[in-house]
Design a binder for this molecule. Structure first.
Ligand code: FUL
Length: 474
């Protein structure tokens, strides 16, 4: 009897050992995000704030000749911005510290065109100080936009301007605590050869020396890339990879189409950020108080940005008082409510998920990982398997009209085609409800409502074993 037990135990141990074959963790595919890029990606949605002399002059591109006294908010309240951003579900705020007019919202030593030269708060004001403090108080991350193109600075266009710009970078990155993103605008007036004189490597090196985790935005990164339009739309196919060799921000950037989709085999991990304004312009104007984007338009933007593997940077420009206008904050809250309405009931949560293709048949990589709500557990197949399915089973039939999928991007972006099918409540028939190409960090797809008992996710093609860490079904 005892020998028999030992035999059974040995057989069981052998079976466990066999099932663990290939259950070692998958290796990375292609370039992968840094920790800072991953944390940045998880922010998903944050606020852009265009504020400066243009707020008061009804212009989008100031000439740089504005009297510093035009900058005169009567009731600046950065706490109000932060409170609204937080209530809107945003994770941070990026402010135009210096737009193309060159006016610095902080008392820079490198310019004579700043808050210190204005009558506002007797030249003692510092918008960056107030905003970074407010962000800290409200648990938001703080980010800074500075435009290399400067229509005021006397040194602009000369080699010396590089030192001026580096000086500005140093100030904003050393005086205001952690900066999660540094936003380099690629625009210029397309005259002269000033942009070709920009020393981008020097700018980037200065920034990362001061703050190693800052994510630097430009047309070509190095932290994240422009999405190629100002409508907030990423490509339906959107790789977080880009080839940057031989390119530079601005006129020397890759084509806007390429920025929109990334390069499938790009050599650098460079995820997209979709920037768009809630109003027709980037800066406040009383003439646009009744021309805000509708909730439906904002939802379309959300599906086309966060829903297509890009972060959404939504611009909400404060008005001349220095507060976010009530019409903008009301629209932000309606948009938040619409997202809550669309995404609050996730039927994948609490459901069972199963796949016949599991890496090494190990529970560690089972399909159950896609519905456990955890970021770092994922469903994986054996390395040789690049098309496979998993199914989510509901306890009872549900009417659904959207799905969300996430790839485990710490090991790279892999999936190139997928589809989703539902088993319909009225019998055995399966119906394809949507189909897509890339997934990346997050993909959300809408479809006409169907009543389903099961939802099957088919990875149709992938560059390597697909790694899906989460799905949701709404
Ligand atoms: C552009 C600028 O020219 C606009 O004024 C705005 O700041 C937008 C976000 O970027 O390049």
């Amino acid at each position: 009897m005892r020998q028999y037990k030992i035999f059974i135990t040995a057989v069981a141990m052998l079976m466990v050992a066999a099932s663990c074959k290939d259950a070692d963790a998958p290796g990375p595919y292609g370039p992968v995000p840094t920790d800072a890029q991953l944390e940045w990606q998880k922010m998903e949605y944050y606020m852009f704030v265009h504020f400066g002399p243009n707020t008061f002059t009804d212009s989008e591109w100031g000439t740089g000749e504005e009297d510093p006294d035009v900058f005169a908010p009567t009731d600046l309240d950065c706490d109000q911005w932060a409170r609204i951003a937080r209530e809107a579900g945003m994770k941070g705020i990026i402010i135009t510290a210096k737009h193309h007019d060159g006016f610095c919202l902080w008392p820079s030593k490198y310019s004579r065109h700043t808050v210190a030269q204005s009558a506002w708060r007797d030249g003692q004001g510092d918008v960056l100080r107030e905003l970074s403090d407010a962000c800290a108080r409200y648990g938001l991350k703080f980010g800074v936009y500075i435009s290399p193109w400067d229509r005021n600075h006397p040194a602009y266009g000369t080699e010396r301007y590089n030192e001026v710009f580096v000086g500005c970078i140093s100030e904003v990155l050393s005086e205001y605590g952690d900066v999660f993103e540094l936003w380099f605008d690629g625009a210029d007036d397309r005259q002269g050869d000033a942009p070709s004189k920009y020393r981008w490597k020097y700018f980037n090196a200065t920034a990362t020396t001061l703050q190693p985790d800052v994510v630097i935005f430009s047309d070509v990164g190095p932290g994240c890339r422009w999405v190629g339009n100002e409508r907030g739309y990423a490509g339906e196919t959107n790789w977080s990879r880009l080839d940057v060799e031989g390119f530079a921000p601005g006129r020397l950037s890759p084509s806007w189409d390429t920025l929109n989709t990334g390069n499938v085999h790009g050599s650098r991990w460079l995820p997209a950020e979709a920037d768009v304004s809630i109003r027709p312009g980037w800066f406040y104007s009383p003439s646009t108080d009744d021309r805000l984007k509708t909730v439906d338009e904002l939802m379309d933007i959300y599906y086309a940005s966060v829903g297509r593997n890009a972060n959404l940077l939504l611009n909400v420009p404060p008005d001349r008082t220095g507060r976010i206008n009530p019409v903008d904050s009301a629209r932000l809250m309606e948009f938040r409510d619409a997202r809550t309405e669309a995404f609050h009931a996730d039927y994948a949560k609490m459901s069972r998920a199963y796949s016949a293709s599991v890496r090494g048949n190990s529970p560690k990589y089972a399909a159950a990982n896609t519905v456990d709500g955890r970021y770092s557990t994922y469903w994986a197949t054996d390395d040789s398997v690049t098309s496979a399915s998993f199914t989510v089973y509901f306890r009872r039939s549900r009417e659904i009209s959207a799905v969300m999928l996430q790839e485990y991007i710490p090991l790279g972006q892999r999936v190139k085609e997928f589809s989703v099918e539902c088993r319909q409540a009225d019998g055995d028939s399966w119906k394809e409800v949507c189909r897509g190409t890339t997934i990346g960090y997050k993909r959300i797809l809408r479809f006409d409502p169907v009543t389903a008992t099961e939802v099957r996710f088919n990875i149709l093609d992938s560059y390597a074993s697909p790694l899906i860490n989460n799905v949701a079904i709404y």
